[in-house]
Ligand binder design. Structure first.
Ligand code: SF4
Length: 302
């Protein structure tokens, strides 16, 4: 494994490449990644990098976003099967229908959406900045897509904005049932539950802290507690266990695994860099329109 890590590092230097890795990736990828984090952080790093090539260890919409932000760079996704089920729950036709039924309302799309969908939305958001983004619109109503759970959570945080949500969801987070959560909480009454806002509203209602993957990791970093219950994808728990061996983490439910995120291993990163596969391209016109939607978010998030 060390040999492969060294080979990837050498290739990275030779090809002037950076590796961006989402924190749901297999944890071994961190050994070669330049940046590891959530979607907002990785988009910001993609926008800033001076490298010629970006290898995106993540899912398709993330690599597409990097390509939109860096049209002159080569963006590689190691495995073309790495999709996001939530992003695929809304296409352009469905977006137009959603807007037609709710006319003249600003549209916010979660970054977990395709380039085409972004190209017809007003502003993008991530789970780190969704509240701030919706608030920045200063509108009494917004359309929010594709994630119904994140949209509802934002509405609750703000209290003065009607958030009209699309019916999408993340199958991993949505699959955490309120009764499962209350059972774990009841068995561990003194342990804080940290949940991702893609979880159902009832699940989130049991949480002591709600935040993005980065938010959850920062909460653990700052807390003096020794035990936590975590309600998000297993990759976050793998990293927490590695970084805080003196603390204990209980995943709220077994098998909270996004299979698409787990398609990459070190050998795939090596092959991707070595063979320059698979290059992600986005239609010029769609890219320009989607860029406005993403840039507006990055501007508000500064
Ligand atoms: S965890 Fe959910 S939202 Fe994230 S990539 Fe997987 S399916 Fe998409």
């Amino acid at each position: 494994m060390k040999e492969l890590v060294n080979k990837i590092k050498e290739l990275k230097e030779r090809k002037n490449a950076v590796i961006l890795a989402h924190c749901y990736q297999n944890v071994e990828i961190d050994d070669v990644a330049d940046y590891v984090g959530d979607s907002l952080y990785l988009s910001q790093m993609a926008a800033k990098t001076g490298a010629k090539t970006i290898v995106f260890a993540g899912v398709y919409f993330m690599a597409q976003t990097a390509k939109i932000l860096c049209p002159d760079k080569k963006v590689l996704l190691p495995n073309l099967k790495s999709g996001c089920e939530m992003a695929d729950m809304i296409n352009l036709m469905q977006l137009r229908e959603f807007k037609r039924k709710n006319p003249n309302i600003p549209t916010v799309c979660y970054i977990n959406s395709t380039a085409e969908v972004k190209s017809e939305c007003d502003i993008c958001c991530t789970s780190s900045n969704a509240v701030k983004i919706v608030e920045s619109l200063k509108s009494p109503e917004v359309l929010f897509l594709p994630d119904q759970n994140l949209g509802r959570w934002v509405e609750k945080q703000l209290g003065n904005v009607k958030v009209i949500t699309y019916s999408g969801y993340c199958p991993i987070h949505h699959n955490i049932k309120p009764e499962e959560t209350s059972k774990v909480k009841a068995a561990n009454p003194d342990i804080k539950l940290l949940a991702h806002p893609e979880c159902r509203e009832e699940v989130v209602s049991y949480a002591d802290f709600v935040g993005s993957t980065t938010g959850i990791m920062n909460f653990v970093k700052k807390s003096s507690d020794k035990k936590f219950i975590i309600a998000t994808e297993k990759g976050v728990v793998d990293r927490l266990k590695r970084d805080y061996p003196d603390k204990e983490f209980i995943l709220v439910k077994e098998n909270l695994i996004c299979e698409s995120m787990k398609l990459n291993y070190l050998k795939d990163i090596y092959e991707s860099l070595n063979n320059e596969t698979f290059e992600i391209k986005v239609d010029d016109e769609i890219s320009k329109k989607a860029l406005k939607c993403i840039d507006r978010m990055l501007e508000v998030s500064k």
